[in-house]
Design a protein around this ligand. Structure first.
Ligand SMILES: [Zn+2]
Length: 459
C-alpha cells in the first residue's frame, strides 16, 4: 500500500541509527553515534556480576572462528532451524551459505568470509578491534582509530564526532568496555546491503527478498527492518500492508545471544561480550516506542483513511502524517541525546534521565525468553507510544513537532532541542523528562535482564 510504504520510505531514509539511543543519528550530522554506548555504560555500571567479571583478552574474529570452526557449523545450523521454526516470515538462509569448517586446510580469511555469509551480515563489516570512547572519557593512552576502520558508513559528521581507539590482540579489557563498544556496532553497517535490491555484494546470495520498506537507493535505510519490530499493529493494518510483518530483530538477537553463550563456554570471553553487545543493541532499539509502532498517535482507522486518500491521488494527509511522525521520533532522540551527553560531561550522575537508566528497583526477573522481545519489550514500548507522542507535542515548540513544513535534523542540521526546551515552560520540560526517564528506565531494566540471563546461562 502506497501510503504505508511511503511512510516507511521516509522513516528509513530519515533514521540512520534507528534506536532510542542510536536513532539520535536521525537528528542530523551533528550528533554522535555513541548513544547505545552511553546507555549501556549507565544501565550496567552497578551490576555486581559485571563489576566482578575479570578483564578479558582481546581476540580477532579470525582466531575465534578458526578455533571454533567445527562447533560453529553445528551451532549455526541449530540457529537456522530455530529461526525457520520461530520467526514469522523468516527468509530461510540458502544451504549454500551454511557454515562449513572444512575440508582442511581452510585459511583464516576464508573462515571469516564463511562466517560472515552464514550469519548474513554485510560482507564489508569491519569487525575491527576497537574501543568506543564516551562523553567525558579520554583515549586511555591508546592510539586513535579512524571511524572508517569501524563502520562501513561513508563519512559525515555523525561518525567523525564519535571517538574510537585501537585495541591490540591479547591486551586485556573490562567486559563492560567491550559491551559499551559493541552495543552501537549493529549501527555501523552490519545490517546494510542484505536485501536482494540492495545492490551490494551479498544482495543476491543472501536470499532475504527485496527490502520490505525504505528506499534501497539510500545507504542507511536497509537496516530498518532488522532494527524495528512492528508486532502489535491492528490486524487490518497488516492486511493492508503485509510488508510490515517483515521485521527481524528477533532473528538477530537470538543469533548473537547464541554465539555469545557459545563463546563464553569455549574460552572466548572477548567474543562472548562482543556478541552480547550486538544482541543488546536490538533489545535497546525496541524499547523506543517509535521503533515498535508504525505511526504513534495515529489510530488504525485514520491510517487506513489517510491511505485511501493517498491512493485516490490526495497525498497531502499522508505526507503530513509521515513528516510529523518522523519529526517527533527525531525530536525525542535529539532531545535525549543532548540531555544525556551534557549530564555525562558534567558528571551529573543524579540527573533524572541518567538515574533512570541505573535504577534497579523495578527490574524484571530473568529468564530472558525467546519471546520476551515480542511479548514484553515491544508490548511495553508500543503501549506507551500514544502518551509519549502527546507529551512530546506539548513540550516542544510547534515547528519541531506539529509543522509538516519543517524537517527535524534537516531544516536545521545543528539543532539542539535540549537547549530549546530549556528555554520553554518548566512544567512542560518536567513532563518530557519524566516520559524520557520512564522510557530509559525500561531500556536499562531490559538491558540488565538480558545480560544477567546471559551470564547465568553461559556457565
Ligand atoms: Zn539500531
Amino acid at each position: 500500500m502506497t501510503a504505508f510504504r511511503a511512510a516507511f520510505d521516509f522513516l528509513g531514509v530519515a533514521c540512520r541509527g534507528l534506536g532510542l539511543l542510536s536513532g539520535l543519528a536521525c537528528a542530523g550530522p551533528a550528533l554522535a553515534w555513541s548513544n547505545h554506548g552511553m546507555a549501556t555504560s549507565l544501565a550496567l555500571a552497578d551490576v555486581p556480576e559485571l563489576r566482578a567479571a575479570a578483564p578479558v583478552a582481546v581476540e580477532t574474529i579470525e582466531r575465534f572462528v578458526q578455533d571454533q570452526a567445527v562447533a560453529l557449523a553445528q551451532l549455526l545450523a541449530k540457529e537456522e532451524a530455530w529461526a525457520r521454526a520461530t520467526v514469522p516470515t523468516y527468509p530461510a538462509r540458502p544451504e549454500a551459505l551454511a557454515f562449513r569448517a572444512g575440508p582442511a586446510p581452510v585459511d583464516a580469511a576464508e573462515l571469516r568470509r564463511r562466517f560472515i555469509a552464514a550469519v548474513r551480515i554485510n560482507p564489508e563489516s569491519r569487525l575491527a578491534l576497537y574501543s568506543q570512547r564516551l562523553a567525558g572519557q579520554d583515549d586511555a593512552g591508546r592510539a586513535p582509530l579512524n571511524w572508517s576502520k569501524v563502520t562501513t558508513l561513508r563519512g559525515d559528521g555523525t561518525q567523525i564526532s564519535t571517538r574510537f581507539v585501537a585495541l591490540t590482540e591479547g591486551e586485556r579489557i573490562s567486559p563492560l568496555e567491550v559491551l559499551v563498544s559493541a552495543a552501537d556496532e549493529p549501527d555501523y553497517g552490519l545490517d546494510l546491503g542484505l536485501w536482494a535490491d540492495s545492490a551490494g555484494p551479498a544482495s543476491a546470495a543472501y536470499a532475504m527478498g527485496n527490502q520490505p520498506f525504505g528506499n534501497p537507493a539510500l545507504e542507511y535505510s536497509g537496516q530498518a527492518p532488522m532494527h524495528m519490530g512492528f508486532f502489535h499493529e491492528a490486524a487490518i493494518i497488516y492486511s493492508a500492508a503485509g510488508f510490515l510483518k517483515r521485521t527481524y530483530p528477533e532473528y538477530r538477537l537470538h543469533l548473537w545471544q547464541a554465539l555469545a553463550r557459545h563463546a563464553f563456554k569455549t574460552g572466548h570471553p572477548y567474543w562472548g561480550w562482543r556478541f552480547a553487545g550486538w544482541a543488546l543493541h536490538y533489545v535497546q532499539d525496541l524499547t523506543q516506542p517509535y521503533h515498535a509502532r508504525v505511526l504513534p498517535g495515529v489510530g488504525a482507522a485514520r491510517m487506513l483513511w489517510i491511505n485511501a486518500l493517498d491512493m485516490a491521488g490526495m497525498h497531502g494527509a499522508k505526507n503530513d502524517a509521515v513528516t510529523l511522525v518522523s519529526n517527533r521520533h527525531t525530536a525525542l532522540e535529539n532531545y535525549q541525546y543532548w540531555v544525556m551527553r551534557r549530564a555525562m560531561e558534567r558528571g551529573d550522575a543524579a540527573h533524572p534521565v541518567l538515574a533512570a537508566l541505573r535504577e534497579r528497583s523495578h527490574d524484571p526477573s530473568p529468564p530472558w525468553r525467546d519471546d520476551t522481545l515480542r511479548a514484553v519489550v515491544t508490548e511495553e514500548s508500543q503501549a506507551s507510544a500514544n502518551g509519549l507522542d502527546t507529551v512530546l507535542a506539548g513540550a516542544m515548540p510547534a515547528r519541531y513537532v506539529s509543522d509538516p513544513g519543517y524537517t527535524v535534523g534537516v531544516t536545521e542540521p545543528r539543532l539542539d532541542l535540549a537547549e530549546v526546551v530549556a528555554r520553554g515552560p518548566a512544567d512542560a520540560r518536567a513532563r518530557l523528562d519524566a516520559s524520557l526517564a520512564a522510557l530509559l528506565a525500561r531500556c536499562g531494566a531490559h538491558s540488565r535482564m538480558f545480560v544477567l540471563d546471559l551470564i547465568a546461562t553461559s556457565r
